[in-house]
Design a protein around this ligand. Structure first.
Ligand code: GTQ
Length: 351
């Protein structure tokens, strides 16, 4: 017998005498070997996350119906969660670390101020006139804008417009909950303070330096306007015709690091007709279509994502995105778990 195939079949729980098993249980003890292969499978991790597609056209009427069925006072946050069936819908997870929800705010409504340990971002899907106040900074919400509500910062949502506003929430809630570190605190309506990070940091490479001391805010930029991200992508595509992935990372302009600690956020432009293969990397990913139509092939599965559709891909799986328009660019918002994987030292790119 070779050393390397010696231990392929390990003993089962049923192989052990009943009395012995009961004695272990009494003492809160468990034999490792019957479960060893399940927790440390060979070469590739077990993943509950399934490639899943959520159609905005199909969910929108149900979200608007929630607006009629449940007043904001009874919901606090009126959200339909995009739950991955691989995790069990009741877990409200898109992946191991990511939570996704579609939130509806109707004209005149207010989602009261609170703060919590999980980090959140909002990607605005439709409607004008809503705002989110984060740590006293009032951030207007327009389609495609990314707004951060980082861990511990007060945030509340309001709406002065005339049409329903919908946005996609992306939180690291499943991870923080798993860590037994998830809680919230209710607060009073915030006093809006002057100053807007999206204006102060509006030009890449230029950082405010009052009296030669750099800012001390952990999250200096809270709103990333879509108009700026889109213009940067178009400029990058025109400037660098050889570039395969026309992609931007949402970063903290003071440090250059990812905008938040746990999840990463990116804006991707696919040139007309372009097909882009994303390598198999350890973190799970979420794709949300901002403009255009994209086919997404994830392992054996494939979906077409239209504007405002969302889908997710498990880690360790390559994905191929194809812009279905021959003459218009497609724009995709991406969220992933790579800051988490890199910080923990488990990040892998398997090509
Ligand atoms: O808007 O603060 O989708 O606290 C889940 C939890 C949104 C929010 C969610 C939240 C929020």
């Amino acid at each position: 017998m070779q050393d390397n195939d010696r231990f392929t079949t390990l003993g089962r729980l049923e192989d052990l005498p009943q009395a012995y098993r009961e004695e272990l249980t009494q003492l809160n003890l468990v034999p490792l070997w019957p479960s060893l292969r399940a927790v440390l499978p060979p070469h590739v991790p077990a993943r509950r996350t399934q490639a899943t597609h959520w159609s905005y056209r199909k969910l929108r009427p149900l979200l608007l119906q929630a607006g009629e069925l449940t007043p904001i006072e009874k919901a606090e946050r009126r959200v339909l969660v995009l739950a991955n069936p691989g995790h069990g819908l009741e877990k409200m997870q898109a992946s191991a670390a990511m939570y996704l929800g579609m939130q509806l705010l109707l004209p005149g409504e207010w989602a009261p101020s609170h703060r919590h340990t999980p980090n959140a971002v909002r990607m605005v899907v439709e409607g004008e006139g809503a705002w989110t106040t984060v740590g006293g900074e009032k951030c207007p919400m327009s389609r495609g804008d990314l707004i951060l509500t980082p861990t511990g910062l007060w945030h509340e949502h309001g709406h002065d417009g005339k049409e329903p506003v919908v946005w996609l929430d992306v939180l690291d809630l499943p991870l923080v909950y798993y860590m037994e570190a998830s809680y919230h605190v209710d607060g009073e309506r915030q006093t809006v303070v002057p100053g807007r990070g999206d204006r102060a940091y509006a030009r890449g490479g230029l950082v405010p330096t009052p009296v030669f001391a750099r800012g001390d805010k952990a999250y200096p930029m809270l709103r990333y306007p879509w108009a700026d991200a889109r213009a940067s992508l178009l400029a990058l595509a025109a400037d660098r015709p050889e570039l395969e992935a026309v992609q931007l990372t949402y970063t903290n302009p003071e440090t250059g690091a990812d905008a938040q600690n746990i999840l990463g956020f990116y804006a991707l432009m696919l040139r007309p007709g372009q097909s882009l293969r994303l390598p198999a990397r350890s973190p799970a990913m979420v794709f949300h279509q901002i403009e255009g139509r994209t086919s997404v092939a994830i392992g054996e599965q494939s979906f077409t994502i239209e504007a405002a559709d969302t889908c997710c891909a498990p880690g360790y799986t390559a994905a191929t995105l194809k812009n279905l328009s021959a003459d218009q660019p497609a724009f995709v918002f991406i969220a992933d778990e790579s800051p988490l994987h890199r910080k923990l030292g488990v990040f892998e790119n398997r090509g």
